[in-house]
Design a protein around this ligand. Structure first.
Ligand code: CP
Length: 302
């Protein structure tokens, strides 16, 4: 595989292969590069987890990691993303990890272009977040060992969420039953093919996985929802301590983070026994090692 840009590039078997490789890395698998390999992480939108996790994955694989600062790059002089990528490819970079606020930014890099560098999408606007999706699937698989008929609730700011889009599609493909809750205005009808929209309090006691989403203030500001009321949101859709008592005893809580504590989820639940939020972050390093390994094998570097 040359690139990983959207989750629909992966069928269920591909996704499970990547997760199994990530599990092997988690169990201590080591690899040795056949030749020196170079990575660059180009983040045009802020990140803590995804960026540091990719950096850690690259270093654990033995790659050299180049610095890149979007604000001081020649993008600020008007250079296109394509020319920026062609430049880093020309100087010898093998893998570029890109986060960009523009949904589908990668189309300008892959349609009728001449790029050979391996590209990994680390999140595009409200589009896709394939590495987050795979680390979420790994975390679910660790708990339940299979996806068939598992009930997964995706709750929250769905229309702004690339995580919701990638996870709904992959969960459906893996055989899970997907449900959506949250503000009706924030539901994305294009996801209805993957699962049904319902009432949070009715669905919560039946669910195996509660996949909370962050309220994305940065995407809401400037829209009709800018006057968003956090306490009202918590009352209707937050996973409160009171609501958590309705969860099945073996159900788990996922959240891609960063977490708005006291909005989507009560503070006390973030590190509770049913929360897998920090396990997700730990698994992210191993999933990203698996994704990068696949690209390096394609380039005969591994
Ligand atoms: N989950 C996630 O993508 O977090 P960051 O925005 O911190 O990378």
């Amino acid at each position: 595989q040359a690139n990983l840009l959207t989750i629909d590039q992966l069928d269920a078997e591909d996704a499970l292969d990547l997760i199994h490789e990530a599990q092997a890395f988690k169990a201590g698998k080591q690899v040795e590069l056949l030749h020196p390999a170079y990575a660059i992480n180009m983040f045009f939108e802020n990140s803590t987890r995804t960026k540091t996790s990719f950096q850690m994955a690259e270093k654990k694989l033995g790659m050299q990691v180049l610095d890149f600062n979007a604000a001081t790059s020649s993008i600020s002089k008007g250079e296109s993303l394509y020319d920026t990528l062609k430049t880093v490819e020309s100087i010898g970079v093998n893998v570029a990890v890109i986060r960009h606020p523009q949904t589908d930014y990668y189309l300008q890099l892959t349609q009728n272009t001449n790029l050979h560098i391996g590209l990994i999408n680390a999140g595009d606007g409200a589009g896709q977040h394939p590495s987050q999706c795979l680390l979420d699937m790994m975390t679910i698989l660790e708990q339940f060992n299979c996806f068939h008929d598992l009930k997964v609730l995706i709750n929250g700011d769905i229309c702004h969420s690339r995580v919701a889009r990638s996870n709904a599609e992959m969960l459906w493909r893996l055989g899970a039953k997907v449900y959506f809750t949250g503000l009706k205005d924030w539901f994305d009808a294009s996801l209805a093919k993957y699962g049904e929209y319902g009432d949070f309090d009715e669905l919560l006691p039946q669910m195996d996985v509660i996949n909370l989403l962050r309220v994305q203030h940065e995407r809401i500001n400037g829209t009709a929802d800018a006057q968003f009321d956090e306490s009202e949101y918590r009352r209707q859709f937050g996973l409160t301590k009171q609501r958590a008592t309705q969860m099945k005893s073996n159900a788990i809580i996922l959240h891609p983070a960063p977490v708005n504590r006291g909005v989507e989820i009560d503070d006390e639940l973030v590190e509770s026994p049913q929360s897998r939020i920090f396990t997700q972050m730990q698994n992210g390093v191993f999933v990203r090692m698996a994704i990068i390994s696949r690209l390096l094998r394609f380039q005969n570097l591994l």
